[in-house]
Design a protein around this ligand. Structure first.
Ligand SMILES: Cc1cc2nc3c(=O)[nH]c(=O)nc-3n(C[C@H](O)[C@H](O)[C@H](O)COP(=O)(O)OP(=O)(O)OC[C@H]3O[C@@H](n4cnc5c(N)ncnc54)[C@H](O)[C@@H]3O)c2cc1C
Length: 427
């Protein structure tokens, strides 16, 4: 996208093409206008169109341009925060409701993939949260206890069982979450958009919404080339928001995250590394994630941005770290590299905002947007159709709270990840 090989990397090389979309020109009238063509926007569009609503998605660049097309592809259940911390942070009944909803969220993703026959390398075979050291093992055991108390299908594997599924001896154990899995994220979001179009939604790309104003009893959304009038507006721009999405973006501290994909590994290494196809990440502060794609490319990622001094530092880290992690892998060549921005909120939980009457949205996904975005899109659709009301929402409606020292924290993450990756070489 935008001819930038470091924006969507491997996913752009292997995703099926987007179904035909067009730029917004002229004036259109719909029931619901959705700003942002990621998981949240396209899921809302799909569910609204299936409910018989006239819907338009307006996307500034292209379907999946934001986090949706750049991520690791881990279809996680729940958020980063421990279930019990989430329960303490949110007032009742929101905590239980959010945990139940997001615990089931991967199921919704894989059901949508099956129902609409979306070709996105879906692997509903679980994820592995790897324990780095004794503290990491304690952390995943606590997660196991808290999730099992809620009936979730999760299990801590000891070091040798974890090693067999991971292909590395590096970890003290791993939490296998059988609810979760992996997808090719750009292929998934393009498939979601295609399914929404088949259900009747219109998708406009290359159309940045510049303003949203009240016109009589409707909303009027303007782009450079056209205008949409709508009864309802859904804002679904998360960490990539511009124009009317800027304030919700400013509520989040930008955390850079990169991925580097190897060329397809040898059959021997493919049989050894993640042989059952789970996606994995670890408990380190500067975490490492790894997963395989269908062609056998190993996707290896961590915190950091592939620009300036970060480019050389993170590439060198990936080469050396891969050899330590998977002895025998040798000097691998890389096929693609890319990075993007994760938006972190002050308590690591997402937000529900009522921006104005009949203008709503979820944002602040903290690096957990595939399953939550899909699920929140459906929640937004149900709210608009009146199938659920305020009393049923998984989060309270809160005002936007701009993040403090946002750019200082961002710089700290970017520079700190470089220091951590240089130091790791030296230890
Ligand atoms: C590197 C990286 C790794 C990640 N890994 C994972 C992972 O493994 N698992 C997981 O669940 N999540 C992960 N995430 C998080 C996940 O990708 C996001 O939470 C998710 O994409 C949010 O979905 P969304 O639809 O709300 O927003 P986005 O996918 O960001 O889409 C927002 C869209 O809004 C558009 N937009 C912005 N402003 C305007 C405007 N004015 N007019 C029109 N359109 C506009 C943008 O162009 C963009 O396409 C990761 C994110 C990154 C960046």
């Amino acid at each position: 996208m935008l001819n930038d090989p470091r924006s969507h990397g491997l996913w752009e090389l292997t995703a099926p093409a987007t179904s035909a979309t067009q730029q917004l020109t002229g004036t259109h009238t719909v029931d619901v206008a959705i700003v942002g063509g990621g998981f949240t926007g396209n899921s809302a569009a799909l569910h609204l169109a299936e409910a018989g609503k006239q819907v338009a998605v307006i996307e500034a660049v292209d379907v999946g341009f934001g986090g949706a097309g750049r991520n690791v592809g881990l279809v996680n259940a729940g958020m980063w925060v421990m279930p019990d911390v989430l329960l303490k942070t949110l007032p009742a009944p929101y905590g239980d409701r959010l945990l139940d909803l997001l615990g089931d969220a991967p199921k919704l993703v894989f059901e949508i993939v099956r129902k609409h026959d979306i070709a996105c390398e879906a692997m509903p075979v679980g994820t592995l949260h790897c324990a780095a050291g004794v503290a990491g093992l304690e952390e995943i055991k606590t997660r196991e206890t808290q999730w099992q108390a809620r009936g979730a299908d999760v299990e801590v594997l000891d070091a040798s069982r974890a090693a067999a599924l991971l292909g590395t001896q590096k970890y003290k154990g791993a939490l296998l979450d059988r609810r979760a899995g992996t997808i090719q994220p750009l292929a998934y979001v393009r498939g979601l958009a295609g399914a929404a179009q088949k259900a009747g939604a219109r998708i406009f790309t290359g159309s940045s919404v510049q303003s949203i104003d009240r016109k009589g009893d409707r909303w009027c959304l303007r782009t450079a080339g056209g205008m949409i009038e709508a009864d309802w507006v859904i804002l679904a721009m998360d960490a990539y928001g511009s124009g009317p999405g800027d304030r919700a973006r400013q509520e989040q501290v930008p955390l850079p995250y990169f991925n580097i994909a190897t060329r397809p590994l040898s059959p021997d290494m493919r049989a050894r590394i993640l042989p059952e196809g789970q996606g994995a990440w670890d408990t380190q502060l500067v975490m490492t994630s790894f997963r395989m794609d269908q062609a056998g490319c190993l996707i290896y990622g961590s915190i950091g941005a592939l620009r300036g001094t970060g480019l050389g530092i993170h590439r060198a880290w990936a080469s050396r770290s891969l050899k330590k992690m998977f002895p025998g892998i040798g000097d691998v060549e890389f096929e693609a590299e890319w990075y993007g921005t994760i938006g972190m909120t002050s308590d690591n939980l997402p937000r529900f905002h009522k921006y104005a009457p009949q203008m709503i949205g979820f944002s602040g996904y903290n690096g957990r947007g595939i399953a939550p975005g899909t699920t929140f899109g459906r929640v937004l659709a149900s709210y608009v159709t009146g199938d659920i009301s305020d009393a049923d929402l998984p989060l309270p409606a809160t005002p936007i709270e701009l993040a403090s020292y946002r750019l200082v924290k961002h710089a700290f993450y970017e520079v700190g990840s470089q220091v951590a990756h240089v130091m790791e070489h030296r230890l």
